[in-house]
Design a protein around this ligand. Structure first.
Ligand SMILES: *Cc1c(COP(=O)(O)O)cnc(C)c1O
Length: 375
């Protein structure tokens, strides 16, 4: 798609992605460093992200769904690929066909995988997930402690024992240590099996719970894994939106649906060709009056931050550009919605959500440009 046919342009820097993977690896205390590429590689595109990461040296990938794993396999013929969301009944033949590894999270799943491997006469790889606090997926810790006695473990290769942090981005949350200890207790009963606990933030915890394999996602894509400190990663995603129209709005007139933003004096409004149908959250709407300090979305226009004005529409966002010199903002110009100080974390915060949701909602209507990724 030509850039000027789209309302917004996503710029994706695959060299920054590869560089972030190396930064995470260098902080993972010698553990193998995998890449979590679920949700279309957090919105940036599996087919671009996976080859770039593989060229950087990544050998192991995690996705949420079997359908995503098949897409990864198509671009990473030699990689080890784990499917986090567990083994759906009847899917073992598909795992075998594409040489994929399920993450088994219950005795039912373990029995199904073991039965399939027995029938095939082949010990295929799978991970086992033990829940140490999330109460979402995985065996309980008491169940995990009985794993060593289960006959089914002889029928397949347990290539990984894993668990997942509840709040690793909160470096002094007491739960981190409790989860590490519970995980170590289960691990001690299964000697010789590789172990994995750390997501992006887990890599940077002072307890260094790196074990044998780290599983970062968010930080690969430029999110800050250490919210109380500077971001050790580089931005990967930039978003620019085109100005369709500029207008002066008179005092006491409102902007946008339901008239939720009021100009107290004459204001200059720019209308951008991006909206919530592009994945920009409507929760970033600016409801109030001109000049109010609102927690709302922002755009960078000619180097200045300009606040949103009114509700985010399906296909349009209105911003207040009164403070930008008139000749520096014209019809057809592009403004930055993600980039510079408007990091994915900051955009998420301004929409009352997290940067993860900003990335994974990046829409399909944008033109996309990719740079780098050749190694
Ligand atoms: C998504 C996910 C990850 C990656 O987490 P980030 O916080 O994005 O680094 C790791 N492990 C599991 C089980 C996940 O679901």
């Amino acid at each position: 798609m030509p850039e000027n046919a789209a309302g917004g342009v996503l710029h994706i820097d695959l060299d920054a992605l590869a560089s972030n993977w190396r930064t995470l690896r260098d902080n993972a205390g010698g553990a193998e460093t995998a890449a979590v590429v679920k949700a279309n590689a957090y919105g940036i595109g599996i087919e671009k992200a996976v080859p770039a990461l593989a060229r950087a040296g990544c050998r192991t990938f995690f996705v949420a769904h079997l359908s995503e794993a098949i897409r990864v396999r198509a671009v990473a013929p030699d990689a080890t690929i784990y499917v986090l969301n567990g083994l759906f009944a009847g899917t073992c033949p598909t795992y075998a066909e594409f040489d994929l590894c399920p993450v088994l999270g219950s005795f039912e799943e373990i029995e199904e995988w073991a039965g399939f491997c027995r029938a095939e006469g082949q010990k295929r790889k799978a991970a086992i997930h033990v829940d140490t606090g999330m109460n979402r997926l995985g065996l309980t810790v008491p169940q995990g402690l009985t794993l060593k006695d289960r006959a089914e473990l002889k029928d397949f290769e347990t290539s990984l024992l894993m668990s997942h942090f509840v709040s690793a981005e909160e470096s002094d949350n007491l739960l981190n240590r409790q989860q590490i200890e519970a995980f170590q207790a289960v691990r001690a009963t299964l000697p010789g099996i590789a172990a994995s606990l750390a997501n992006s933030s887990g890599i940077f915890l002072k307890e260094k719970p790196h074990f044998d394999l780290a599983r970062p996602g968010y930080a690969l894509y430029g999110g800050n894994p250490t919210p109380d400190r500077d971001n050790p990663t580089k931005p990967v995603v930039g978003l620019e939106a085109r100005i369709v129209q500029l207008r002066w709005v008179e005092a006491d007139h409102s902007v946008g649906y339901n008239g939720r933003w009021l100009a107290l004096e004459k204001r200059r409004i720019a209308t951008l060709s991006v909206g919530y149908a592009d994945g920009y959250p409507r929760a970033a709407s600016a409801r109030g009056k001109s000049g109010d300090e609102l927690l709302s979305g922002m755009a960078l226009v000619a180097g200045r931050t300009c606040p949103f004005a009114g509700n985010v529409s399906m296909d349009l966002i209105t911003i207040d550009v009164t403070d930008v010199p008139e000749n520096q903002v014209q019809r057809g110009d592009t403004v930055t919605l993600i980039g510079g100080d408007l990091t994915v974390d900051e955009v998420g915060r301004r929409a009352g959500t997290i940067g993860y949701e900003i990335l994974t909602n990046l829409g399909s209507r944008y033109a996309r440009t990719y740079r780098g990724g050749q190694g």
